[in-house]
Design a protein around this ligand. Sequence first.
Ligand SMILES: Cc1cc2nc3c(=O)[nH]c(=O)nc-3n(C[C@H](O)[C@H](O)[C@H](O)COP(=O)(O)OP(=O)(O)OC[C@H]3O[C@@H](n4cnc5c(N)ncnc54)[C@H](O)[C@@H]3O)c2cc1C
Ligand code: SF4
Length: 492
Amino acid sequence: MILRLVLGDQLNEKHSWFHAIDPNVIYLFQEIRSETDYVVHHIQKVVAIFLGMRTLAEKLKKNGHQIHYLRISDPENQHSFFTNVQKILDRYSITHIEYQEPDEYRVDEHLSSLNTLGLGIQKVSTEHFLTERFELKKIFEGKKTYLMENFYRKMRVKWNVLVDEDRQPLEGKWNFDHENRKKWDAKNQVPPPFEFGHDASALVEELELANVKTMGFIRNNVSVWPKSREEAQQVLHYFIDWLLPVFGDYQDTMAQNQPFLFHSRISFALNVKMLHPLEVVKSVEKTYLDGKVSINQAEGFIRQILGWREFVRGIYWAEMPNYAKLNHFNHKNSLPDFFWTGKTDLNCLSQSIGQSLEFSYAHHIQRLMIIGNYALISGIDPDELDRWYLGIYIDAFEWVEMPNTRGMSQFADGGKLATKPYASSANYIQKMGNYCQHCKFNPKEKEGPNACPFNQKYWDFIGRNADAFRKNPRMSMMVKLWEKQNQNNLSS
Ligand SMILES: Cc1cc2nc3c(=O)[nH]c(=O)nc-3n(C[C@H](O)[C@H](O)[C@H](O)COP(=O)(O)OP(=O)(O)OC[C@H]3O[C@@H](n4cnc5c(N)ncnc54)[C@H](O)[C@@H]3O)c2cc1C
Ligand code: SF4
């Protein structure tokens, strides 16, 4: 008999494993403590993954596949990939084990230990990504930094997306970013989020009984996260019909009490592989080719998936395991308590962290320019921050979370991924949204009781690193401004 492992982020019912029913194959699904406990996760994240696993296992069983499912509460569950496998070998007379390539270094290491069982072991592709694990490493062989734009253009050509027969970009440009910086106006109503009526109460009770430690909140019978491929497709279609037409315009904006704006919310479905990235990209490309959306909306969205998503995964595999230890600025401060409660007078942080606790979600600009920016200029230890991001977000798996957090947002890799630190004062936050209008602090003031704390922290960050930033052409201007401010202060 062959034992095949299905992991919680491998819920791809289209995988070739499932094309035929084979009486010699048994599929093992495991809800285990080593996965619920490696960081404190948001309750909605644990529930969404387990509901997704349970739904897929049920469907496969109905279709005639043999399933062995270990629930978190099953007494026979040993809560470790290795021990669970070891325990059922004899029961099913297993001679071979097969598993899909894990996306996380940690899990890859765990599963390699199965080699010690003395059985035939085969690691197969997840059939999900658009690049091989080490493809990006080969593309940038010998280079000190990785350039996303170069990589993205190669991907457009490789997958024949928004290019003509001469491999040139449609409408003459690879990138329409400069058209995508609009500030949202409340007159342009945001469609309500697409929601599902999942009853997760029994599962939540099981998690409580098992004493699984979680953070955040969960609502009864309502979820914005799909539990099956069919539901994931509904989220995608809703996005294409209602949100894509203005996605690019407002992709960088932030607004009070608007947790989702025009973002797709498909990252969870993609990362657990309910959706395939190419089906998403091709559906959006088709919507543009059918004349239903303009190119800046379609290209802005496609770049996130064909470009950024594959790019950060390539960096993860090119740089692990060292990447997990990088701390370029040697930041050592602890996360403030409000990261766990959302209770702070800084309105932009209260909004961004508050909604993260409520929905297990924040959009990109909140993650980068509010929460990440605050952590960077406050000198927070990237290890602590990584654990927080990895736990709180519905879509957080280390291969995508770590390069984004440690690399893009904290510059802890010294600039392998980003050409300059994403640090800003209140000026940027005020320009990109309306949080400051609802805040007790004044974004224009640098000193005094009403001064926005982002201002003092930002200039302090520039000052602490002035020598290094002087050499970076994208930062040297800020150092000059900091010097000028200091001179003015001395002469006044
Ligand atoms: C500090 C930080 C941490 C992040 N952690 C994660 C994470 O753990 N998991 C995760 O999937 N994304 C992460 N991102 C990227 C991005 O914020 C999320 O993918 C996005 O907010 C998910 O919401 P959405 O599906 O509505 O995205 P949309 O704005 O609708 O974008 C569409 C899709 O593009 C992809 N995408 C966009 N930006 C990125 C990016 N920078 N890297 C990878 N994929 C991207 C996602 O699959 C996303 O679903 C992080 C970004 C930052 C700055
Ligand atoms: S004033 Fe400062 S703290 Fe308040 S919302 Fe604006 S940037 Fe955030």
